[in-house]
Design a binder for this molecule. Structure first.
Ligand code: SME
Length: 165
């Protein structure tokens, strides 16, 4: 196995999340199920949270469900942060050393690396999953693949429950 491959743990978490997505009574419940499973099951995923674009102000990300230390960044303009960069590019952003990245908005002094994965709804970015790790360079291709599938579950849920977003 290489760092390119999803681990068996990631695959089993995705199987669980698929079930959560098929039974979640609300988007909030789905977010909660995802952040709790991921933070509990994946080593090095020390802060796990959702930021969704404000429905009336698509220039602002709003913090949703999260597991980890409380953050001062409850609203992030899309022009700021690693979080804003993921919206602007529409692509997953991986930062191996947050302290070397001028875009980084600090949430905890313990954070060393970060991955932000956009959530697409009908072809447009609607929000993102943000993970911080206390380990440097904690995220690789396998994490990207894993989190992009999780993000697709959320995008598909919103597409199927349009009143939720
Ligand atoms: N580090 C993020 C801000 C959110 S906190 O990590 C929870 C950023 O640079 O956008």
């Amino acid at each position: 196995m290489t760092k390119l491959d999803m681990t068996d743990k990631m695959k089993s978490v995705l199987a669980h999340l698929q079930k959560v997505a098929s039974t979640a009574p609300s988007l909030d419940a789905l977010e909660k199920g995802i952040v709790e499973s991921i933070a509990e099951q994946l080593p090095g995923y020390d802060w796990v949270g959702f930021y969704m674009l404000h429905p009336d102000d698509r220039e602002t990300l709003v913090l949703g469900r999260f597991v980890g230390e409380p953050t001062a960044h409850v609203r992030i303009p899309v022009t700021e942060g690693i979080c804003g960069a993921a919206v602007a590019s529409g692509e997953t952003v991986i930062v191996d050393d947050v302290n070397a990245d001028p875009r980084y908005l600090s949430c905890s002094i313990s954070t060393k690396s970060e991955i932000v994965v956009p959530i697409y709804v009908q072809g447009k970015v609607a929000g993102e999953i943000d993970i911080d790790s206390h380990n440097p360079a904690a995220f690789a291709e396998a994490d990207r693949q894993f989190l992009e599938v999780a993000a697709r579950f959320v995008g598909a849920y919103i597409e199927q429950h349009p009143g939720e977003a």
